[in-house]
Design a binder for this molecule. Structure first.
Ligand SMILES: [Zn+2]
Ligand SMILES: [Zn+2]
Length: 205
């Protein structure tokens, strides 16, 4: 039988990378089988999550596997290594234009779909500007689309994959907030564009 840690990772992968304790419990229950659960298994699940989360005081300071969504008390947890389905989606014709090539594009998108990283980047941006908007063209999804656009923005990683050392951690400061249109254009741009040059992308008419 897998360790609790492994089963919780599996559970979070199954429920889309994030979920409330109740969602995690039911996924773990499916994975382990209802007859294989000790009496206090839910406490074990909670304990394991906190042991492997740097957001918790119980963190073992070694394996940072889980993150707390909206603060510990909320009981919602996410998996740091979760890879969104987006990465498996077939690339479109335009993606062939990606300056670093197709394989690197996958790595790039992987970085940009790290939910914890994007959440932090969004939080920092909101703390600074009190709303989300595209750093290139100023587009504000909430302003344009109303409620469904609320809190929507994409994160673009400004460092080229080839610039990053192996296992180099992605920094929140390397993520810029962009609308979907500008994001696509950025991915087509050669050579790779720096943060300061972002706005120059827009053609002056
Ligand atoms: Zn834009
Ligand atoms: Zn990007």
């Amino acid at each position: 039988m897998n360790s609790w840690k492994e089963d919780i990772i599996k559970a979070l992968n199954q429920i889309g990378g994030e979920g409330h304790y109740n969602d995690i419990y039911s996924a773990v229950e499916d994975i382990r089988g209802i007859n294989n659960l000790p009496k206090s298994w839910k406490a074990i699940v909670r304990g394991s999550i906190e042991t492997y989360s740097s957001d918790s005081e119980k963190y073992d300071k070694k394996n940072d596997l889980f993150y707390s969504v909206d603060g510990i008390g909320k009981g919602i947890w996410g998996l740091n290594s979760y890879q969104s389905d987006k990465v498996n989606v077939d690339l479109t014709e335009d993606d062939i234009e990606f300056p670093e090539g197709k394989k690197k594009l996958r790595q790039h998108i992987l970085r940009e779909t790290n939910p914890k990283l994007i959440r932090l980047a969004k939080q920092n941006f909101i703390a600074k500007y009190s709303k989300l908007y595209c750093e290139i063209c100023g587009f504000d999804f909430n302003e344009k689309y109303g409620e469904i656009g609320n809190n929507f923005i994409e994160g673009h990683h400004i460092k080229a994959v080839s610039e990053l050392k192996l296992n180099e951690k992605t920094k929140v400061s390397d993520i810029v907030m962009v609308c979907s249109n500008c994001h696509r254009m950025l991915h087509r741009k050669r050579p790779w564009i720096s943060k300061n040059d972002l706005k120059k992308l827009i053609q002056k008419v």
